[in-house]
Design a binder for this molecule. Structure first.
Ligand SMILES: O=C(CO)[C@@H](O)[C@@H](O)COP(=O)(O)O
Length: 222
């Protein structure tokens, strides 16, 4: 494990990442060895990231990877996540991002596989997320990389996105903030499916729905 002299918060950030990964696994946002998550170290120029091929429930202080923002991988028996490059690029272009949770949560990935952007249809989702763009697969039809992901997150308002046929990304100032977004994305996809199914069954259209927004919207409307 990299030395704590160089990164005094290393152990704390590793333990936070392990706890976040376990929470995702326990909530079934991510099973098997898919998905990945990372957190920026206090020094600012390095991150801790899940090792490639290791499941969220199997992350330990010994297998987590430390990588500098310039791409230098600190010595380890394992390799960092296959998605390392998009994680690093997001930290470089968005100083406000200190944590990233990427998972293949089923309801959201179902929407993403249907080519549908998940509607931010609850007041909480409007308030916490605002909009979660659907990001297309890479030009060769493979998983999205920083080429597709970074341009979307250059908008400082974007804190969540859905990857077509792949999964979701939540970013935040802390791992818990990013994790909460991963949970809200999944919950919103499930709620949207229930709403759309019930409306179709009752012959209703979204035109029948009331205008709504956040409490701030309501106050502003007077
Ligand atoms: O789905 C994808 C492809 O990028 C990844 O999230 C998934 O395979 C996990 O890869 P890693 O174990 O992080 O290397």
């Amino acid at each position: 494990m990299a030395d704590t002299a160089r990164f005094p918060d290393l152990t704390d950030k590793m333990d936070a990442l392990i706890a976040t990964a376990r929470r995702s696994f326990d909530l079934r946002l991510q099973t098997n060895a898919g998905g990945n998550l990372s957190v920026r170290l206090g020094a600012g120029n390095a991150i801790v990231i899940k090792p490639s091929g290791v499941g969220f429930a199997e992350c330990t202080r010994d297998n987590l990877q430390v990588v500098l923002l310039d791409g230098t991988i600190l010595p380890s028996e394992l390799k960092p996540s296959k998605d390392l490059d998009f994680h690093l690029d997001l930290y470089r272009i968005r100083p406000d991002i200190n944590a990233i949770v990427h998972c293949h949560s089923p309801w959201a990935t179902g929407y993403a596989s249907a080519g549908l952007e998940i509607p931010c249809l609850t007041v909480q989702t409007i308030e916490k997320i605002g909009r979660m763009p659907l990001i297309a697969l890479s030009a060769n039809g493979g998983p999205q990389t920083e080429v597709e992901i970074s341009p979307v997150f250059r908008d400082p308002q974007i804190r969540a996105a859905v990857l077509a046929n792949h999964g979701t990304i939540g970013v935040g100032k802390t791992l818990m903030a990013a994790q909460y977004l991963a949970e809200i994305i999944e919950e919103t996809a499930h709620i949207a499916y229930v709403r759309d199914t019930l409306m179709a069954a009752h012959g209703r259209s979204t035109a029948d729905l009331p205008r709504y927004g956040t409490a701030a919207d309501a106050r502003a409307a007077g």
